[in-house]
Ligand binder design. Structure first.
Ligand code: BG6
Length: 481
């Protein structure tokens, strides 16, 4: 189990775990919380297709569907028990999101909901009791449903001041308690699927890019306004963006494919971080806008806001790489790899078809760091797998340990490459509801939660083998793997 390879993580490295409100809290209508987009997501592999289907009315339909996020793992009531377990593993940081609709149930009210604010006060206090730093995502696939239905999501410019207000309220309230912030979770993910983060599905294939990039523009302005507010209100805090990074490899040395991979990488991996970090639209996007006939509506002052609201660090999720070529057949496609591409003959995949590539993490952070030279924070990474609960209550998830060990090693190599890494919060440190499939059986945690896909289970928590492994990793600052 142990080896002597030194990974040399810096002192103060933020080891921990990551979650999102909608995937753990439950209590979907408790404490005057309003509905958000995750609350109308049915369970099952078809959930995103249902949500994106034409004519979907964003209503809850108990006759036909189950809604696993409504109860999730009941962190809303069990946060003390869960945080005590994180503390036992030695967490230095815990990434969570604030559910926008606990604070503004509809999104457009003038006054925030005190019950929602008080809930996160309790959670942050509990974390500080154990010396765990909260790392807060302001928006993690939790847009108020009212803003989706009445305003058309981030397509509408009107959402910008609502978000700014929400951000200012939480930054002010928690300024003594939260020093690490991020604006939009996986902002670039909207290029694949805008519904979760932008709150709309494009009206047609033709208008897809126009709608998505206009919504991006609104989010960039909103994010920059939140960054500016954070710097004014909590000067000692760090606020970052958050992107989904999947390095794009050319399938072969054919220059056509190499060029294709490069362009795909620019657009998917770098476009959003270029704007967030450099405070301006990158040169390469002009040609894309021209070819796709995209005209952005940019209000006076927007570009200055974007310029002034640049981030302190980049938070990234890393699960897989993408191998691609310009012309591909259906048979070559990598089934299940959510970022697409063709099958990589050198890689194995998870039970859900996500290709496992630890070196890809080292490649990703090297690419990001050499482009921007600002700190990076790996705020999501992990293996969704089926776990077996043995009769004696143990869970032998050595496959998860293997996965995490190789990714931690890759980060250690990156640190030695000169990459400035702030921390690592592995995804789903406690089992939670899968975002893409709504399953409980796609488990990521060090802590097992007794809950099944059909909603049954006691919600009891149990330590997996990986719990004990991760504790040693943290204790040794990544030396004992
Ligand atoms: C990221 C999201 O895309 O991947 C998380 O930020 C999500 O919300 C995670 O849960 C893993 O994806 P899934 O579909 O396995 O839950």
């Amino acid at each position: 189990m142990y080896n002597n390879e030194k990974t040399r993580f810096p002192e103060g490295f933020l080891w921990g775990g990551a979650t999102a409100a909608n995937q753990i809290e439950g209590g979907f209508n408790a404490g005057h919380k309003g509905l958000n987009i995750a609350d109308v997501l049915p369970g099952g592999k078809e959930r995103l297709n249902i949500l994106m289907s034409a004519g979907f009315d964003f209503e809850i339909d108990h006759e036909n569907y189950r809604y696993p996020n409504h109860e999730a793992i009941d962190f809303y009531h069990r946060y003390k028990e869960d945080i005590a377990l994180f503390a036992e593993m030695g967490f230095k940081a815990f990434r969570l999101s604030i559910a926008w609709t606990r604070i503004f149930p509809n999104g457009d009210e003038s006054e925030p909901n005190e019950e929602g604010l008080a809930f996160y006060d309790r959670v942050f206090d509990e974390l500080h009791k154990y010396g765990i730093e909260p790392v807060v995502t302001i928006s993690h696939y939790e847009m108020p449903l009212h803003l989706v239905k009445e305003y058309g999501g981030w397509r509408s410019r009107q959402v910008v001041p609502f978000f700014e207000k929400y951000a200012k309220v939480i930054l002010t309230r928690y300024k003594e308690k939260v020093k690490y912030w991020m604006t939009f979770n996986e902002i670039n993910g909207a290029l694949k699927m805008p519904i979760m983060s932008m709150g709309f599905s494009p009206q047609s294939e033709e208008s897809r890019y126009q709608e998505t990039f206009q919504a991006f523009h609104h989010q960039f302005v909103a994010s920059a306004l939140a960054v500016k507010a954070c710097k004014d209100l909590i000067p000692e805090a760090k606020i970052g963006c958050m992107i989904l990074f999947a390095p794009v490899y050319s399938y072969d040395s054919n220059p056509e494919n190499v060029m294709y991979a490069l362009k795909e990488e620019e657009l998917f991996n770098f476009f959003c971080s270029d704007v967030h970090v450099r405070g301006k639209y990158p040169a390469f996007i002009e040609r894309f806008f021209k070819e796709k006939k995209i005209t952005l509506e940019i209000q006076e002052g927007d570009l200055e806001i974007i310029k002034e609201g640049t981030v302190d660090y980049i938070g990234l999720s890393y699960y897989m790489s993408r191998t691609d070529k310009k012309e591909k057949t259906q048979a070559e496609t990598a089934q299940g790899n959510i970022v697409g591409g063709v099958k990589n003959p050198f890689l194995k995949a998870s039970d859900w078809g996500w290709e496992i590539d630890p070196i890809g993490l080292r490649i990703s952070v090297n690419k990001l760091y050499s482009r921007y030279e600002i700190p990076l924070f790996v705020v999501e990474n992990g293996l969704g797998a089926y776990d077996k609960l043995e009769e004696d209550g143990s869970i032998h998830d050595d496959y998860r340990i293997d996965y995490l060990r190789e990714h931690v090693k890759a980060m250690g190599e990156a640190v030695q490459d000169g990459v400035e890494l702030m921390g690592y919060t592995s995804w789903g440190c406690i089992d939670l509801v899968s975002m893409s499939t709504g399953e409980m059986s796609k488990r990521y945690g060090f802590i097992y939660v007794d809950k099944n896909d059909d909603g049954s289970g006691t919600l009891d928590r149990k330590k997996k083998q990986s719990f004990h492994w991760y504790k040693k990793v943290i204790e040794s600052n990544g030396e004992v793997l």
